[in-house]
Design a protein around this ligand. Sequence first.
Ligand code: SF4
Ligand code: SF4
Length: 260
Amino acid sequence: MNINFECTSCGRCCHDLKVPLTVSEAIDWLSDGNDVQVFCEAVPWPADASADDLQAAHKKRRSFSSVSGSLSIRVIVIFVATFSGACPNLQADMRCGIYARRPLVCRIYPAEINPFVELLQANKSCPPEAWGEDKLPLVENGKIVDVATMALIRQSCEADAQEVHIKENLCAALQIDSAALANEGFVIYSPGRAVLLETLRKAAEDLNPHPTRLTWRYISNQQSTIDILRSIGAVSSLVAENPDRKFEYLGCGVLKPNCT
Ligand code: SF4
Ligand code: SF4
């Protein structure tokens, strides 16, 4: 598959978004007075499991190991800037107000930040006139050919891997201990701007992981998922079984950031 593309600067991609952020981007976003949420998902991962295919290795690099009951798991934590309508950084002339330091995911759009997710024109906000054989090559034979975009995707993957211990420490500090089953949804924590900024700054200064005895709880909106997870030793419960919850649950069928 080949894709040719040139941005028309229409600004459509800067509306109604969930923007995945690196740690430094999340600190900047919070410091600018905007909100960031913490999205959590977890994959059952037997202690002796290998990661011998590229996609499994990618998942392993961007996650930390923990347990849910007697089940070994890997937890993926993503910082996400969520907004309805225009991005708080979008100016009236449709230019980005933080262009020089805009997040990586904004820089590579419409490409996918996850190298294992296929770029599909139908999933993108760009107008028809942005695509066509007369535009610059972006994808050839299914692979991104734009060198700058590829470098940014690699940079994002490296940040993901390097920041795992910061995310682990942050979860311990904020008692974030529930996650959705990967690919089924996300458990979303919104600790508040000031608390998250202060905790994230501290976690980012700490160079060492501090694994806790935290037992993670799986959350799902599907009884069949709960039954399967319990049968393999995980602690799990339906969303409705957590009336005092400090999180929201988002099923993937509703919305999904393009980072997973
Ligand atoms: S940060 Fe800039 S490029 Fe990214 S969504 Fe906001 S306005 Fe658009
Ligand atoms: S929606 Fe596409 S064409 Fe419009 S500004 Fe964003 S990247 Fe450019």
